[in-house]
Design a protein around this ligand. Structure first.
Ligand code: IVH
Length: 679
């Protein structure tokens, strides 16, 4: 079995290489998923074949990590000097020539031009061809060991793709990036869940790398780009490959052959003109790249010359960064309008005289909140600079005060909701103003309904925002419970809605009564109760009834539930209107309890103490805990002589396994466990 599993792992690795490095897959995504599922299954059934570098480990683990171990870098992670003009690049090149004793024009020093990727730096240590450690830059001398999270990044090979590299000890350095598309998806999701947004992909990438839960990291779809190779200990390896050690570009090529993601955009330049050409080209073309870049890095290609040039205290003399100018445009502020979101948060928006910026016409800019308006001291009619920066919506970065009209009117943040006239409130410690009229303010109600029907919530198809707005404005629905009163007759009277669409909507609404409780809880749109929090609450309390009467301490006792969430829940259930809404939804058949946490399923596990370890395919660890308790068993935290069973998941720590074996504790797989409890 061990051999079969290892064979399957290698097959999957080859397909990963074809997909992520060569961009030329030879099987469909579906076929790939099937292979992966087969491997997950085999590994779950054979916990003794665990390997942290198995392709399955990219899904991460739900086991929260308590902090990160600090690791000293084997050689410091330095930064680069910055330049902003052609002149400064020429100066750098001339200095390089002088330091190397080369007379300008007599011989050109090869310079490698690379994109400067705008993410977070990482150092990847491989020993005997396997990834053993991934360390963040930290303070340059010591960084955090984030190996668990980095293993989930799909274009980083967990095993190198050549066989003759045993004994080779090598370190690759590069950048971890969150592609634009993923960044936008993540922020949209965070907005829906009322979580703070990331300002740019760089922050999102470094924030993600520091998450405690590697399964969440896996879902974010980070990628890596490698820009440096350092052979630490080459023993027998290098003799036949010594030419590798001559240039930076040959090392990069070698890294690519080993399966590491090395950008195809890199170019070896043989003249200053070629360097300028590269810069001019990418200054424009970078806008079409899937990831953020903030400049170009120039590196002397010869490793020997690099050595001769050496380092200053902070950066190498053989490399320099050229930073792209953040594009900005000057235009007039015509007015400020205020949008009311689903949660009642008020977003001020600047309406601008249309202006061309980075290939698009900008008409609006985000002003974020009252503090930002005040700090810019904005006046209507001001000439303002707008920049795209790392954000999707451009922002105003500066006001040209010299052009302000004497009688210009200062922008004062509104104090009443522009939609319903209610006096706005500002929660202490938060930057945003809110309209507190949750149930009577139209955009809030429409937004709540939109959230309720969304895919990850009740998944009711056929109700887009326009249809919801139309139904709301015509008085057919006022809240989410009204959706369950819609009939084909009522819907078909709407223009633009044929009988077929009406039928589909009614069917989809009806089907939503099958949606499990945890998603219903998320769909209710309780402030700070996102998807994950809803899952945790559902597993811990099992029903809306139990949750609605839970005390603050009981709520906080649940993993990942803090005071902010607990207070929001208490406030929600204290409001009679919400309780009435829940009652109506219940009467329409919407699930207000989940089967997992009901404590009366059976007494099959009575008297047994079961320890859960590793990651699972069918249920989360919290769910397994609830299942054990629901069948009369006890969930133990560590393996001791009192442990009756060890429920072993896919990437269980070897120490636990060893201890269980030593104490003679029976180890069972996920499948065996599910057979016992029959869920
Ligand atoms: S070389 C010794 N090459 O830019 C210097 N850095 O201050 C090694 N970066 O945070 C850096 N793309 O992570 C190099 N092609 C590239 C890069 C790059 C992005 C980042 C790097 C560091 C910063 C340099």
């Amino acid at each position: 079995m061990k051999q079969e599993i290892e064979h399957l792992r290698n097959v999957i690795r080859q397909h990963e290489y074809r997909y992520y490095v060569e961009n030329a897959p030879i099987i469909s995504d579906q076929e790939f998923d099937a292979l992966m599922h087969q491997l997950i299954k085999l590994e779950a059934e054979n916990p003794d074949c665990f390997d942290p570098n198995s392709p399955t480990q990219r899904v991460g683990s739900d086991l929260a990590q308590s902090g990160f171990e600090q690791v000293e870098h084997r050689y410091p992670m330095l930064s680069l000097g910055n330049t902003y003009s052609e002149g400064e690049i020429r100066d750098w090149y001339n200095r390089v020539c002088k330091d190397l004793g080369v007379v300008n024009d007599s011989q050109f020093i090869e310079v490698v031009c690379e994109l400067k990727f705008d993410g977070t730096s990482i150092s990847l240590w491989y020993e005997n061809g396997e990834l053993v450690r991934a360390v963040t830059r930290g303070d340059g001398v010591r960084g955090d060991d984030v190996t668990r999270n980095v293993r989930t990044i799909k274009n980083i090979p967990l095993k190198l793709t050549q066989n003759n590299i045993s004994q080779l000890n090598v370190e690759f350095r590069g950048e971890i990036l969150l592609p634009w598309k993923e960044f936008e998806r993540l922020n949209a999701e965070r907005e829906r869940n009322e979580e703070p947004l990331f300002a740019n992909p760089r922050n999102a990438a470094s924030g993600t790398l520091k998450l405690q839960n590697s399964r969440t990291v896996a879902k974010r779809n980070l990628i890596a780009q490698i820009y440096n190779v350092q052979i630490i200990d080459n023993s027998s390896f290098l003799t036949p490959h010594s030419s590798l050690l001559e240039t930076h570009s040959s090392l990069l090529q070698w890294a690519k052959q080993l399966g590491l993601p090395v950008s195809d955009t890199t170019r070896v330049c043989k003249s200053i003109d070629e360097i300028m050409e590269f810069i001019d080209y990418w200054d424009v073309e970078r806008k079409n790249l899937p990831v953020a870049t903030d400049g170009i890095v120039l590196k002397v290609n010869s490793l020997n010359q690099q050595k001769n040039l050496g380092f200053t205290a902070k950066s190498p003399r053989w490399a320099i960064a050229y930073k792209f100018q953040a594009e900005r445009a000057l235009t007039r502020l015509n007015s400020v309008s205020y949008q009311v979101g689903r949660t009642g948060a008020i977003t001020p928006v600047a309406n601008l005289e249309p202006v061309q910026l980075s290939g698009t016409v900008v008409k609006r800019a985000s002003l974020h909140n009252a503090d930002i308006i005040a700090s810019l001291d904005l006046h209507i009619g001001d000439m303002v600079y707008v920049e795209k920066g790392g954000e999707i919506i451009p922002k105003i970065t500066e006001v040209d005060n010299s052009q302000r009209q004497a009688d210009a009117e200062r922008v004062i943040f509104i104090d009443k909701c522009p939609e319903c006239g209610t006096t706005l409130v500002r929660i202490e410690g938060e930057a945003a103003h809110y309209c507190p009229n949750e149930t009577g303010c139209p955009p809030q109600q429409k937004g709540r309904i939109e959230h309720f029907v969304s895919r990850k919530a009740m998944n009711i198809d056929g109700l887009g925002s326009e249809t919801i707005a139309m139904l709301y404005d015509r008085g057919l629905i006022h809240d989410v419970a009204d959706l369950y009163t819609l009939t084909i007759g009522k819907l078909a009277r709407m223009e633009r809605l044929g009988e077929k669409s009406a039928q589909n909507i009614v069917d989809a609404v009806k089907k939503s009564t099958e949606v499990p409780f945890e998603r219903v809880l998320f769909a209710l749109g309780i402030r700070y109760v996102g998807e994950t929090v809803a899952k945790k609450l559902a597993a811990a309390f099992g029903s809306i009834q139990a949750l609605s009467v839970a005390k603050r301490e009981e709520l906080i006792a649940v993993d990942e539930i803090g005071e902010r969430i607990a207070d929001s829940l208490i406030e929600y259930f204290d409001d009679m209107r919400n309780m009435q809404l829940i009652e109506r939804l219940t009467s329409f058949g919407v699930k207000m309890e989940g089967k997992v946490a009901r404590a009366e399923l059976s007494n099959k596990l009575e008297g047994l103490t079961i320890v859960i370890s590793g990651t699972f395919e069918h249920h989360s660890r919290d769910e397994y805990k609830a299942i054990i308790e629901a069948h009369g068993g006890k969930n133990g935290s560590g393996v001791t002589s009192k442990t009756s069973l060890l429920l072993a998941g896919a990437n269980m720590g070897p120490a636990k396994l060893e201890k269980a074996e030593k104490l003679g504790v029976k180890i069972i797989s996920e499948t065996e466990f599910l057979e016992i409890v029959n869920v």
